[in-house]
Ligand binder design. Structure first.
Ligand SMILES: NC(=O)c1ccc[n+]([C@@H]2O[C@H](COP(=O)([O-])OP(=O)(O)OC[C@H]3O[C@@H](n4cnc5c(N)ncnc54)[C@H](O)[C@@H]3O)[C@@H](O)[C@H]2O)c1
Ligand SMILES: O=CCC[C@H](NC(=O)CCC(=O)O)C(=O)O
Length: 489
């Protein structure tokens, strides 16, 4: 008898599709087993969501917010259990998994505020009438989540969508079904009405059945650029459907003449290696001056990175980072490094897969200054490519030499260097003297080019969860004092 892993019309039921597992990448143990939702279950969930939507959208906003607040209370009560699940299923260090849960809880107040500020109601007086700007939910929306933040990133779509009055069909990453299941159980405990949130677990077949179903009004996606492009093509010719895409990056971090070498090294490591490099905002390319200052930073960076503690997520002495999501992902990084070496890259610190059967890798740093041109790819792990430069303009041009545009940063003492950089760099997140990871939920979050489609998430998620309606309204019909020329009544 298969586990009841799908949540459809307020009921838990077993998936009728193919079986799949979730594996703890720190030790290879199976942490979750179930079956995918098949196409009929996807259809049933959509029908239930369509039914639930009208009612839910008509609930007073304050009552919808009460349910969302009750979800926040559930999250707070079960915060440690959620953090443990995240650590177990993703290999993320427990300290960091706890910060993910805190981000989920923090999202509630931010989303309520954003909903009011960005999609609230505006009333303007006009002669004999009132003009209104209001916002309506789209209807039934699908949310697709990635594995690297299995709680926080889907939550960043789900919470604003629910506040706005949509019904949500949540399709989590097939690598993190257990965190998704726990999240939806908290929504259930919070009293969300049947059909307002559904959970459709499964692999790509489930994702395709959901994304291609005519019964959805929109899809909010966070994941890889390849999948996002596939969805974009699938949505072509359907202008009435809203598609929000948050995808990867090939993010540059430039360093120009900084006095505080330790602080620079800290910000580079936080940018490149946090979460074992599995953040979409992670620095993939580091541009360092060919100068004594650049040499000193590089030497310290190699030494500090060599000392980074990589260990089991629950280790008493907590690691800086734990395991990557899978052994396959770890081996993918080893292969990426070998490809760059073959193209002429010189390893300054070798990335190594340290434990067969797990996702543990050490950080890698590779000098690619004299390598053959490299493909413009996001390597989603702790491997940092270093470019030494002599000309700042050329470094900025190379930093922009990517089809992506998620995050970028400059470490530099001189404010005019930042102004110069800011005017030229192309990215949705541009930082100065701070790491380029760790973006705030209280700001818009999204990229340009292959990184997104101008529907920024986080604080601006409210924008894609509702559409504006302009109305001119009067209590009674009245004849204008003056009629237009040529008209008699
Ligand atoms: N910009 C952002 O906000 C952001 C945040 C986190 C992660 N990411 C990116 O996500 C990637 C890592 O996450 P991932 O590997 O889980 O992403 P992914 O694209 O493999 O999967 C994301 C979701 O899409 C589903 N999916 C995959 N193929 C599909 C298809 N053909 N049709 C329908 N659904 C499909 C998956 O099952 C999953 O639910 C990285 O590239 C990272 O940069 C971006
Ligand atoms: O992996 C991608 C997300 C990385 C993370 N960004 C955010 O958390 C954005 C804020 C939000 O969505 O609320 C980061 O920048 O580290």
């Amino acid at each position: 008898m298969s586990q009841a892993t799908q949540f459809i019309q307020g009921q838990w039921q077993a998936g009728a599709g193919a079986p799949f597992n979730s594996i703890n990448p720190a030790n290879g143990a199976i942490v979750w087993q179930g079956h995918s939702a098949d196409a009929l279950q996807v259809d049933a969930a959509i029908q239930a969501a369509r039914k639930a939507f009208i009612d839910w959208s008509q609930w007073p906003l304050s009552e919808r917010i009460n349910v969302v607040q009750a979800f926040a209370d559930q999250l707070k009560e079960h915060a440690e259990a959620m953090a443990v699940l995240i650590a177990e299923e993703t290999g993320k260090a427990l300290w960091e998994s706890r910060t993910e849960v805190a981000a989920m809880t923090g999202k509630i107040a931010i989303s309520i505020k954003a909903h009011a500020e960005r999609t609230g109601t505006v009333e303007n007086p006009m002669p004999g009438a009132k003009a209104y700007i209001r916002h309506k939910p789209h209807g039934v929306v699908a949310v697709f989540g990635p594995y690297n933040f299995p709680g926080h990133l889907p939550n960043g779509h789900i919470v604003p969508a629910i506040i706005a009055g949509n019904a949500v069909l949540f399709k989590p990453s097939e690598l993190t079904p257990k965190v998704a299941e726990f999240t939806v159980k908290l929504w259930q405990q919070a009293g969300i009405p049947a059909g307002v949130i559904s959970l459709l677990q499964g692999e790509v077949a489930t994702g395709k059945a959901l994304a291609s179903h005519p019964g959805i009004d929109g899809l909010f996606f966070t994941g890889s650029s390849n999948t996002g492009h596939f969805l974009h093509q699938q949505f072509a010719g359907q202008p009435g459907k809203i598609l929000a895409l948050e995808m990867g990056g090939n993010n540059p971090l430039l360093v120009k003449n900084v006095g505080n070498i330790d602080a620079a090294v800290h910000d580079i490591i936080q940018s490149a290696f946090l979460s074992s490099g599995q953040r979409c905002t992670c620095a993939r390319r580091l541009f360092l001056e060919s100068s004594a200052n650049g040499d000193a930073i590089l030497a310290k960076l190699i030494q500090a990175s060599r000392n980074i503690r990589v260990a089991e997520p629950f280790a008493t002495e907590q690691p800086f980072y734990g395991a990557m999501i899978s052994e396959k992902a770890a081996l993918g990084m080893v292969k990426a490094q070998a490809d760059i070496q073959a193209a002429g890259g010189i390893s300054l610190l070798e990335l190594t897969h340290i434990q067969p059967g797990t996702g543990f890798v050490t950080p890698g740093i590779i000098d690619v200054t004299d390598a053959a041109p490299l493909p413009d790819e996001e390597h989603f792990g702790p491997l940092l490519k270093v470019y030494r430069y002599t000309d700042f303009d050329a470094a900025i041009a190379e930093a922009n030499n990517t089809a992506y545009g998620l995050s970028a940063g400059l470490l530099a003492d001189d404010a005019s260097d930042y102004q110069y950089f800011f005017a030229r760099i192309r990215a949705g997140i541009v930082n100065w003297n701070k790491p380029i990871t760790g973006a705030s939920s209280a700001a818009p979050f999204g990229g340009i080019g292959k990184s997104g489609n101008h529907r920024a998430s986080a604080y601006y998620a409210a924008d894609y969860c509702a559409y504006p309606v302009a109305s001119v309204e009067a209590d009674a019909i009245s004849l204008p004092a003056t009629l237009n020329p040529g008209l008699t009544i």
